[in-house]
Design a protein around this ligand. Structure first.
Ligand SMILES: Nc1ncnc2c1ncn2[C@@H]1O[C@H](COP(=O)(O)OP(=O)(O)OP(=O)(O)O)[C@@H](O)[C@H]1O
Ligand SMILES: [Mg+2]
Length: 589
């Protein structure tokens, strides 16, 4: 796993979630409305309520005869204030929640988009479980963070400011500075634990996500090897390993829970000390009941936002841990780019040149060295050689799954790095050894290579690939659901679907990498005719260990340790009894 899992400061810490606000460009009005409502909530909650409280209690405790209208005002004022406060709160929470979801949605698509462009070697080094945890688990944590933060992020700081304003106003009006001092002292006391807990929260959240990633990865492994696990009677050890991983997750959850539940009670205790002092000094200074009610009201309304802000801080810390894990993924450098100024290409003819191509996968040794080859339109070429010789690597380079280390590959005289990736790849039909089927119908699966194809074209392609017969035998023919990953089909049936896809794609370049390896002798004979038809008018690169396929081949390249060591027609090479091709042929008999 190459994710940097250390708890470290990333750009997310410096500018936080702010840069993702660009996802809100279509929702600026909603965002502004939410902020306005939050500010009004804060003012009505923090400032107006203590002031109304003071005004009302002064009237109620004045013992003077109140005119009826004043009694009405005194009774209705809190209702009006609370109704307005509730309305502002609803508007603020709803629209900020909307904006939060909008950002999250943008981020999810951004991650998925990034996965489409990650270098292929990344997938060889990273477990799918790790990518799933980041795409779903970390975004779910961000979702929780965004929902809870959006409800409080504007309201609480403004409410706190409003309450401090009311406190200052009331203290000034009644020359009572002591309560104000008590309040500020208590605030200073709570800041340190809040900061320390927040820091711990981020660490613990990071650890929790790592352990969660571990169990997702384990689950994905287990699911991909169900048959082997049963065959080797590994069920018990799998369960006990999974149990120990779940214990790890529980341990991590409890660690972060310990810190998250600490913050509110701690503030409440410190606040109660403040209230205790306020009582003490109120008695000593013989404060009037109305002023006392208003001051303690304002005091309470100041601690409440502090408590909420502290909880918010915890949420933000665990959200920022997830965000920094997501950013680790988003910041993985991409290796295969579209050129800045691409050469315009439509349908290529398909003349391929390997111009002194060398290539190595990262640190490992050369997979291809000084390969020179010319492949002409309309001809079929076979890449032959022992396992690990570099056949698939040659195909990978034509598709630009990787870029050559030195030299160049040209098609119709154009360096493939000068074409847009999409333009290059739409000119290639690629049939891999183990094709991937999507969870849809047979028809959907064949159309995958050309979604605009008609049903008639699908049938025609299937007939040519000798897939039509077995598809008709399925319970719903072309409408039969394939099942996840094509689980209901045999290896040979999947390969025939992949060949049908290639027919439907109708590209000038065809690459078949062990595309018939899973077929039995009978089906191979049939598919053989299909492939022969498919190769007409295209440049075909056929990688096969089966010498029966060589009857359709014009020219063979024999590879050994990444180098082309023999070139010639199958007949010529077979005629040379000391050729590598001949010895490979002998071994296959
Ligand atoms: N993703 C990869 N990362 C690192 N090395 C790789 C990778 N893929 C292949 N290689 C190495 O490159 C060399 C050529 O591999 P390649 O897959 O092209 O062989 P091949 O001729 O297609 O073999 P086979 O007949 O077994 O499919 C081998 O030594 C292999 O170990
Ligand atoms: Mg291969």
């Amino acid at each position: 796993m190459n994710f940097n899992v250390k708890c470290r400061r990333t750009i997310s810490d410096k500018i936080g979630f702010l840069k993702y606000f660009s996802f809100l460009k279509d929702s600026k009005l909603k965002f502004l409305l939410a902020i306005m409502a939050g500010i009004l909530y804060g003012i009505s909650s923090g400032f107006c309520i203590p002031v109304i409280l003071k005004f009302s209690s002064e009237k109620v405790f004045s013992r003077a005869d109140l005119p009826f209208y004043m009694l009405l005002v005194v009774s209705i004022a809190p209702v009006v204030a609370m109704t307005l406060r509730a309305t502002f709160s609803i508007v603020n929470s709803y629209y900020l929640g909307f904006c939060g979801q909008k950002i999250l949605q943008g981020l999810r698509v951004m991650i998925f988009d990034k996965i489409q462009r990650l270098p292929l070697e990344y997938f060889k080094k990273t477990e799918p479980g790790a990518l799933i945890t980041r795409s779903l688990g970390d975004t779910a944590i961000l979702q929780e963070t965004i929902i809870s933060v959006s409800q409080e992020v504007v309201k609480q700081p403004i409410a706190l400011l409003g309450a401090i304003g009311a406190l200052i106003f009331l203290c000034y009006k009644h020359s009572n500075v002591i309560i104000l001092l008590i309040f500020f002292l208590a605030v200073a006391l709570v800041v340190f634990p809040i900061k320390a807990i927040g820091k711990k929260m981020r660490e613990k959240a990071m650890g929790l996500q790592q352990t969660t990633e571990g169990i997702t990865t384990k689950l994905a492994h287990n699911l991909s090897a169900v048959q082997e696990i049963r065959a080797f009677a590994m069920e018990e050890s799998e369960v006990s390993f999974y149990r120990s991983m779940c214990d790890g997750v529980m341990h991590s959850v409890m660690k972060s829970l310990k810190y998250s539940i600490l913050v509110s009670p701690l503030i409440e205790v410190i606040a109660s000390i403040g209230v205790g002092f306020a009582m003490f000094f109120s008695y000593k200074t013989q404060i009037q009941p109305a002023v006392f009610i208003a001051l303690t009201g304002a005091l309470y309304l100041s601690y409440e936002p502090i408590k909420k802000i502290a909880e918010l801080n915890n949420r933000l810390k665990s959200g920022s841990a997830s965000l920094s894990r997501i950013e680790d993924l988003l910041n993985v450098p991409e290796k295969i780019y579209d050129p800045v100024d691409p050469v315009q290409v439509d349908r290529l003819i398909g003349n391929i040149t390997f111009d002194n191509v060398s290539f190595s996968y990262g640190e490992s040794g050369k997979a291809l060295g000084d390969v020179i080859a010319n492949l002409e339109h309309g001809k079929t070429y076979a890449l032959v050689g022992s396992s690990g010789a570099g056949k698939t690597t040659m195909a990978n380079l034509i598709l630009r799954f990787y870029d050559v280390t030195t030299g160049a590959i040209q098609i119709d005289g154009i360096d493939i790095r000068h074409m847009k990736l999409k333009d290059l790849r739409k000119n290639i039909s690629y049939v891999p050894q183990s094709p991937t089927l999507i969870n849809g119908t047979m028809c959907d699966n064949i159309k995958w290579s050309n979604p605009s194809a008609s049903f008639e074209q699908v049938i025609e392609a299937s007939k040519k690939a000798y897939a039509h017969g077995f598809i008709l035998n399925l319970e719903n023919g072309y409408d039969t659901m394939v099942g996840e990953g094509g689980a209901r089909l045999s290896g040979g049936q999947k390969q025939r679907i992949a060949i049908a896809r290639a027919f439907l794609r109708d590209a000038p370049i065809l690459i078949l990498d062990e595309a018939t390896s899973a077929l039995d002798a009978n089906s191979e004979r049939e598919v053989h005719i299909g492939i022969e038809n498919l190769t007409k008018n295209r440049t075909t690169i056929l990688i096969s260990h089966r010498f029966t396929m060589m009857s359709i081949v014009d020219m063979v390249f024999v590879l050994e340790q990444g180098k082309i060591v023999e070139v010639g027609s199958p007949k010529e090479l077979l005629g040379q009894k000391n050729s590598i091709y001949y010895s490979l042929y002998q071994k296959m008999l």
